[in-house]
Design a protein around this ligand. Structure first.
Ligand code: FES
Length: 359
C-alpha cells in the first residue's frame, strides 16, 4: 500500500530534502564537466554541476574552476573573456571589468582607487580541477572520497578509442543513468538482436563484490554476433552464431562505469562518466575502446552503433520516476534478486554515501 500511494504523485519531483541529500551526497567526488578540446584559450566556458554554475578557463596553462558568478554584482563571468592583467592571465567579468586569476583570486578592480589594495573578500573560491581522458573534471569539495577511476585501455596503444558526444543532456539523475548502464537484464527487451534475445530473458549468474574504490560485477552471457560483441571483420563472424562474453563491470562511485566485455575476438570496453548537472539532469561522457577490428576507417560505424544503442535506452531511462532512485525503505521499487543483484548492491552503496535517502 505504501508503494502504491507514493506512485500516484511521483511526477511532482523530489522533495527539497531529497534534492539536498542528492546534491550534498554527490559533492565529495570528481565529476567530469566538459570535453577538454572544447575549452578555448581566450574564452571561459560555462558548465553546471549539482545545480551550481561554474566557469572553467585555462590560465597560463593551468586549469581553473570557480563560481560563474562575479563577486561584485553577480554577473556571469563566462560571458566575459580571458585577458592579461599585470602579466597574468585572468577571467574578466563583462559587466565592470573585475578580473579573477588562478585559484579565484581577484587581480583587478578597475574602480578601485590607485592607492587601495584589492581586499581579500573580493576573491572567489577556486575548486579542484583536473584533466583526464580528454575531459575536464571538478571536485567541489576539495576532499574527494576517491581518485578519478583508472581506465587502463584508454592509454593502451593496442586499443582504438571512439568518443560519443551527446548533443544534449539526459533528463534523469546521474545515478539512474549509471543504474541503467549497469543493468543487464534489460538487454533482451531494449536491445533485442544486438545484446540479447527475448527467448532467453533469464538473468546471468552475477558475481558481485566491492574493493576499496569500486563495485565490481562479473557474469557470462551469450549475445548475437555484431561489431560490439565480436570482430565482424573476420569472414566467418556472422555465421559463427551467438558469442560467449565475459562481462566485468567496474563502478566508480558514484557515477562512473566501465563495462569490459571479453570474448574470443578480444576486448570491447564501454566507459561512461555521468555528470550530475542537477538532480534531474545529467551530461554523459562516453568513451569506447576495442582491441580488434582496428582500422580507423571503421570508427564511424562503431560510433553509429553506440549511438543507436544509446537511443534505444534514452527514452526509457528518462521515463523513470521518481527522478532520484528511491531509497529501499520507501518500497517504491521491487528489485528482483538474484537478477537485480548488481543494482541492489549499487543502490546500497549510494545509501551508505547518503546520496539516496528520500523521495
Ligand atoms: Fe562583475 Fe561588476 S558584476 S564586475
Amino acid at each position: 500500500m505504501l508503494a502504491q500511494t507514493r506512485l500516484n504523485d511521483l511526477d511532482d519531483g523530489p522533495s527539497a530534502e531529497a534534492i539536498a541529500a542528492f546534491r550534498d551526497g554527490m559533492t565529495p567526488f570528481w565529476h567530469p564537466v566538459m570535453e577538454a578540446a572544447d575549452l578555448m584559450e581566450d574564452r571561459p566556458s560555462a558548465v553546471r554541476l549539482l545545480g551550481r554554475r561554474l566557469v572553467i578557463a585555462r590560465l597560463d596553462g593551468e586549469l581553473v574552476a570557480m563560481p560563474d558568478t562575479c563577486r561584485h554584482f553577480q554577473a556571469r563571468l563566462s560571458l566575459g573573456s580571458v585577458v592579461t592583467v599585470a602579466g597574468e592571465r585572468a577571467v574578466q567579468c563583462p559587466y565592470h571589468g573585475w578580473a579573477f586569476g588562478r585559484g579565484g583570486r581577484c587581480v583587478r578592480i578597475p574602480q578601485l582607487a590607485a592607492d587601495r589594495k584589492i581586499p581579500k573578500t573580493a576573491n572567489l573560491p577556486g575548486y579542484n580541477v583536473a584533466e583526464r581522458y580528454g575531459l575536464i573534471w571538478v571536485d567541489l569539495s576539495g576532499a574527494a572520497e576517491f581518485p578519478i577511476p583508472d581506465f587502463p585501455e584508454f592509454d593502451d596503444p593496442a586499443f582504438r578509442i571512439v568518443r560519443l558526444r551527446e548533443a544534449e543532456p539526459t533528463r534523469t539523475s546521474a545515478t539512474r543513468m549509471i543504474m541503467g548502464t549497469l543493468d543487464d537484464t534489460h538487454f533482451p527487451w531494449v536491445h533485442e538482436g544486438i545484446l540479447g534475445d527475448r527467448d532467453h530473458p533469464e538473468p546471468p549468474d552475477h558475481k558481485v563484490w566491492r574493493d576499496d574504490r569500486e563495485l565490481v560485477v562479473r557474469y557470462e552471457v551469450e549475445q548475437p554476433p555484431n561489431m560490439i560483441t565480436t570482430d565482424m571483420s573476420r569472414p566467418d563472424a556472422a555465421a559463427a552464431g551467438p558469442v560467449r562474453i565475459v562481462y566485468t563491470d567496474h563502478v566508480g562511485m558514484p557515477a562512473i562505469i566501465r563495462l569490459v566485455k571479453d570474448s574470443d575476438a578480444g576486448r570491447y570496453v564501454i566507459w561512461l562518466a555521468s555528470s550530475p548537472v542537477d538532480y534531474d539532469t545529467c551530461a554523459n561522457f562516453w568513451i569506447f575502446a576495442r582491441n580488434y577490428d582496428l582500422d580507423p576507417a571503421r570508427d564511424t560505424e562503431y560510433e553509429t552503433m553506440s549511438a543507436h544503442v544509446r537511443q534505444q535506452d534514452k527514452p526509457i531511462i528518462e521515463s523513470q520516476r521518481p527522478w532520484l532512485i528511491p531509497p529501499f525503505w520507501t518500497q517504491i521499487e521491487m528489485p528482483m534478486a538474484p537478477g537485480d543483484l548488481p543494482l541492489i548492491e549499487y543502490q546500497k552503496w549510494l545509501e551508505e554515501l547518503k546520496i539516496s535517502t528520500a523521495v
